[in-house]
Structures are given as structure tokens and as C-alpha cells.
Design a binder for this molecule. Structure first.
Ligand code: 6LW
Length: 506
């Protein structure tokens, strides 16, 4: 089959994958968003359907006042003896932990907190019953950079052996993101080097002992686009999987930057999940089997389950679809799907989109350069501070809004842009009606904001560049979200903002 990369588009970095029979499961990082660690299912490695999140309760995912791009870093998923294990780091509280389940759709267990520092923890279940925990150094302790390992009891979380530095990589910056595998009797260690930006790469080493000494792959880096003209950049942080027919594949993160004349490359959709075939050479080393491109030959992969994008959400259910996220732990008083059945009701939070807190915000990832997002809002703001609308959100310092609010005593629809310490209401129109359709049209370069009265004409109100929300400008590890929000900007509001529906069309 022919397939398109990325296989999971939009902000889905640090993919980790495991196979159970004919089924494949994949998890990605989620940082300050809640619920955390989205989990996907596929039967063909190409078509992925989200089946839930690993971290759905505050007790599993404390994110209170988390800085942006803290929270959950790279997870690893593994399956052993009827159980799925997901191991990761919550940087907001500086802890590594494991959750497990027998049903990947959830619920997952309470966290087993580990006495293990650093990031990017991974597990290998060896054939002799031993389990190895492999991770990246603790940057706060001053220990040398590299990959550290110990034996662990996964049921109790107890670290059973000394923490050993097992490999420092090939000399690239930030050796990190390790995964240890046992293949044909040898231990293969795959890591990322070069940092998660344009110098990113995947390197490998192997040993006949789990703790080394490790011999570097003669063809390192195993994968990199660091000096390539490819539209896919920053390839790294990979995991390996064997397809049902015995062929090998790797999932890894990459970005799709847009060149901006005289300003270099910028990417705003975040780091995405890519797939490529893996071959083995005569010396028993894995090698990337084909140039990583946007269109790929899927060799022996058989298409099993085409996944349809759910375009419209009518908010008719009593739970949110898996595509939605909150910023940090949601506060029950900020949102409801039942206060007015058929509507998502948001009650303006005192924390604004410029703060680090629990906003009345419900957002989904922007996954396509070209897309159109609309929502139907009923809202009657009465005070100057109140507003509700649609945000294009990278983080608290970089976001654009089209919203309804009261400005200079008059109810208005307005477009505002915040870029770092600069912010401005770009344009505003008086708007008397209670209901409004707010729309954002996106292409690879810009966002166009418009509004419409029910059955009325659409009016364009403003625009904004994508690159000003890109990682290169805004920093961090995430990608753009499209969010519904309501704020009191300093005051908690009980005035409801009713969102009847939300549409995301590519
Ligand atoms: C992750 C590290 C990395 O922990 O970026 O790309 C960090 N690799 O391994 C955050 O995603």
C-alpha cells in the first residue's frame, strides 16, 4: 500500500509503539494538556485512531500552574503478559512514573512513582523475566550526559540495581530518548541526538549484555535530515516495531516547516509522527529502508482501517470527544456539557489566555496546514472584562483570538493578536446579536478571521501570520491548538458562553 507521512499529523511528538498480535498501539507526549498521553490504535501502522488517553485523572496528571511545555515528556508504551505499561516523566513535578492497564482504552492505573530522575524513561521486558529501565540523564543533578539504566520491579516501581551510564551516543548534543530492544539475542539501544530541532538524529548501538559495553552502529546516524533539503526536518526520537509479516518499521518525530522569505524555516503544527521501513544489513544492523518522504511505498503493509476525520462536533454527548484537551487540570466550574444539553457551556475563568492556570478552554490540535474552523456561539457579555470566542493558541504568550466581548461599553466582535510582549486588538465591529458564527481559515502561511450572523453574510475581520505562532518564534515543544474559550480576565464569571457546535474541516 501507498501511504502518506506524517501518519499522525499535528502536535504528536516522541511516538512510542508496541504490538499485540495484529494490533498496534502508539502514544505521544502531551506536556501541559489534559487529559495526557493520547493513545492510538492501528491494524496497519498507517491509519491510526485515537482510542483514549493514558492519563485521565488529576491524581495521575497533576499539572497545576504548569509552565507551558512542561508536564508530560516523552512516554514509552510496552505490552507484557496481558498488561500495557506506559512510563513517562511529569516535568511539572519532576517525577517519573508508570501506569498500567489490561485495556488500552482505559482506565489506566494510579501512578507507580519511581525513585528515578531524568527524562524519557523506557522499559525492556527481557526473556529471563528481568525488566530494564532506560532513560536520559538528570540535567539538574549535574551527572554526565548520556543514557542511564537500571533493573526495575515494574509492579512496585522499586529500582533493583545501581543507576549505570550505559552509552553517551556518538558525540551529538543531548543524547536522549532511548529505547532498548532484545533482537536475535543482542541488545540494541536506539537513542536521539542533536536536540529535537533541525540537528536531530537517531543513533544506535548494540551489545550482547544489557548494560553494555555498547558498540556504535557503523552507519550512524541511523536516521537524520539535519543537512537535507527535504520538506521533512528534525527527524529523531524513534521507536521500532515488527509488523505481523516480520518486516520492521520505525515511528519517529519530524516537522514540516514552511519557508518564510528572508526569515528561514518555521513550523507551527508541532512535531508530528512519521513512519518508515527498516531493513537489516548483513552485519545484523538495522538501516532505514527508504528515504523518508511525504508519500511512501508501504511495501507489505496492508490497509486495514481507514480513519475518517470527525468534522463536526455537536456537543450532544455527555463526554468530550478524545480530540479535545484542556489546558492543565480543568476546573469543574469552568465547563459543562450538561448545563444546557447539546451545548458546550464555558463560564469565564478569572485566568486569561495570557496566564498559566486553568482557563475555561477546550481545544484541539491543528493537524492540517489548510483547514477551516467554525463555531456557533451564544453569549451575552455585560462587563468590560468578559469575552468568549475562538483562539489560535500556541502558548500563553503567542495566540490570536476572534471573540465577542464588551469594549468601551459596547458589545463587539474583535480580533486580537498577542505575540510575546506585543499585543493589539487588530479590528473590532459593533455586534448586537446574541449569537454569532466565528470562523478561522488557515493555510500554510496565515489565518483569516471572519464572523457571520446566523443566515447572514460573512465578514472578514482580520488575519495573522502562522510563523509568528511557530516554535521558532514562540519556543516550546508543542504545536498550535484551535480552542473555544471564555474568560473574565481577572474575575470569575457565571455568565455562560454556549457553544452549539464546532467544525474542523480540512
Ligand atoms: C523529549 C526528548 C525530545 O523528552 O524532546 O525529541 C523532548 N526528543 O527526548 C520533549 O519532547
Amino acid at each position: 500500500m501507498h501511504y502518506k507521512n506524517p501518519v499522525i499529523s499535528g502536535f504528536h511528538p516522541d511516538p512510542s509503539i508496541c504490538r499485540v498480535g495484529k494490533e498496534y498501539y502508539l502514544v505521544t507526549s502531551s506536556f501541559e494538556y489534559f487529559p495526557g498521553v493520547p493513545i492510538f490504535h492501528s491494524k496497519d501502522l498507517v491509519n491510526w485512531k485515537q482510542i483514549g488517553h493514558c492519563l485521565t485523572r488529576d491524581s495521575q496528571l497533576p499539572l497545576h500552574e504548569s509552565k507551558s511545555s512542561m508536564g508530560i515528556f516523552a512516554p514509552t508504551i510496552r505490552y507484557h503478559n496481558g498488561r500495557f505499561y506506559m512510563i513517562t516523566t511529569n516535568l511539572t513535578i519532576g517525577k517519573n512514573f508508570i501506569v498500567w492497564t489490561e485495556n488500552p482504552e482505559g482506565p489506566w492505573s494510579e501512578p507507580i512513582w519511581l525513585d528515578w530522575s531524568g527524562i524519557d524513561p523506557s522499559l525492556l521486558f527481557d526473556e529471563d523475566g528481568k525488566v530494564y529501565l532506560t532513560g536520559t540523564q538528570d540535567i539538574f543533578s549535574g551527572e554526565p550526559s548520556g543514557i542511564y539504566q537500571a533493573e526495575i520491579d515494574v509492579d512496585t516501581g522499586e529500582i533493583l540495581t545501581e543507576r549505570c551510564l550505559i552509552w553517551q551516543g556518538t558525540g551529538g548534543a543531548h543524547p536522549e530518548g532511548p529505547h532498548l530492544y532484545k533482537i536475535n539475542g543482542l541488545y540494541y539501544l536506539m537513542i536521539a541526538e542533536g536536540g529535537t530541532e533541525y540537528g536531530h538524529m537517531v543513533t544506535m548501538a548494540r551489545s550482547n549484555q544489557p548494560f553494555g559495553p555498547f558498540e556504535s552502529h557503523p552507519n550512524n546516524p541511523f536516521l537524520t535530515h539535519r543537512s537535507s533539503a527535504s520538506p521533512i526536518q528534525a527527524t529523531g526520537h524513534a521507536d521500532l516495531v515488527q509488523y505481523i509479516d516480520g518486516s520492521w518499521w520505525t515511528v519517529f518525530l519530524g516537522i514540516r516547516p514552511t519557508p518564510i522569505p528572508f526569515s528561514g524555516k518555521h513550523h507551527h503544527l508541532g512535531r508530528e509522527t512519521f513512519l518508515a521501513p527498516v531493513d537489516w544489513n548483513e552485519e545484523g544492523w538495522p538501516i532505514i529502508g527508504a528515504q523518508v518522504e511525504l508519500e511512501m511505498d508501504g511495501r507489505t503493509l496492508k490497509s486495514e482501517n481507514k480513519v475518517q476525520l470527525k468534522c463536526k462536533d455537536d456537543f450532544n454527548e455527555t463526554a468530550l470527544d478524545f480530540s479535545w484537551n484542556f489546558l492543565r487540570n480543568p476546573s469543574e466550574e469552568n465547563w459543562s456539557l450538561t448545563d444546557r444539553p447539546g451545548y458546550l457551556t464555558l463560564y469565564g475563568s478569572s485566568t486569561s489566555l495570557n496566564d498559566l492556570g486553568s482557563q475555561a478552554f477546550v481545544g484541539r490540535r491543528q493537524q492540517h496546514f489548510d483547514c477551516k474552523v467554525s463555531t456557533f456561539l451564544e453569549f451575552s457579555p455585560t462587563e468590560e472584562r468578559e469575552e468568549a470566542g475562538l483562539t489560535v493558541f500556541m502558548n500563553e504568550r503567542f495566540h490570536y483570538e476572534i471573540a465577542l466581548g464588551v469594549r468601551d461599553g459596547v458589545k463587539k466582535v474583535f480580533v486580537r493578536r498577542r505575540i510575546g510582549s506585543l499585543w493589539k486588538v487588530e479590528s473590532e465591529h459593533e455586534y448586537g446579536d446574541e449569537s454569532i458564527i466565528l470562523t478561522v481559515h488557515a493555510d500554510a502561511n496565515g489565518y483569516r478571521f471572519s464572523y457571520q450572523q446566523q443566515d447572514g453574510e460573512s465578514t472578514i475581520l482580520g488575519s495573522g501570520e502562522c510563523f509568528l505562532l511557530s516554535t521558532e518564534v514562540a519556543g516550546g515543544f508543542t504545536g498550535v491548538y484551535l480552542g473555544l474559550y471564555a474568560v473574565g480576565n481577572g474575575q470569575k464569571k457565571s455568565n455562560p458562553a454556549y457553544f452549539d457546535w464546532f467544525e474542523y474541516c480540512k
